[in-house]
Design a binder for this molecule. Structure first.
Ligand SMILES: [Mg+2]
Length: 197
């Protein structure tokens, strides 16, 4: 699962470091585009999550807009936002390459590969360029993940193949007496890519 850790103020509005609690349409549409192009789900890291009415509103509003909110980072007294995000990653066993942090607080020293700071050179909020960056992080990592997962699958198949070879060897040696059966087995094994001795 790909995850967007989402701040609100300074991301979906231009209220840099202020709690104004409003959403701007053009910025929200960029979030929808990220979700559409990556299939990512949202985890709320915004301070809005600390207020049940606002958290519920976001869940409902995003759901109607086709965006799944799958949770919130834990709220811990005295913790920095990056610590709360890291805690969520740990608790949910999220691979390092499968998330992006959208925030107007720059946490790139904590998440150098995953940070999109939406406050840069006078630009505040999720614009097209910031969204493109988030998409390339999420989709780029996904390809790497696919390679890792493919390698794991190949190893699993290789191990299975070795076990199967052993079992077939046993069966051939002990169970197959008739020459026709042996020939069928030989053809079958070759078709499956096994060496037949
Ligand atoms: Mg903010």
């Amino acid at each position: 699962m790909k995850v967007i850790f989402l701040d609100m103020d300074g991301v979906l509005n231009n209220a840099y470091h202020r709690n104004n609690r409003y959403i701007e349409k053009d910025k929200f549409e960029q979030l929808q585009r990220i979700v559409k192009e990556t299939g990512a789900k949202v985890v709320l890291s915004t301070s809005w999550r600390e207020f049940p009415d606002w958290s519920n509103f976001l869940h409902d509003f995003f759901c109607v807009a086709g965006i799944d909110v799958v949770g919130s980072t834990p709220v811990r007294d005295g913790w920095r936002r990056q610590d709360e995000i890291r805690e969520w990653l740990k608790e949910n066993d999220c691979p390092i390459g499968a998330f992006v942090v959208l925030d107007d607080i720059d946490m790139s020293s904590d998440f150098p590969e995953n940070m999109v700071c939406t406050c840069e050179a006078g630009r505040i909020g999720l614009d097209t360029a910031f969204a493109d960056r988030a998409i390339s992080i999420l989709n780029g990592r996904s390809r790497e993940e696919e390679v890792v997962s493919l390698k794991t699958e190949i190893e699993r198949m290789r191990s299975l193949s070795e076990q199967l070879s052993h079992i077939v060897h046993f069966d051939v040696a002990n169970e197959i007496g008739h020459p026709d059966d042996l020939m069928v087995m030989e053809q079958w094994l070759k078709a499956m890519g096994f060496e037949f001795k």
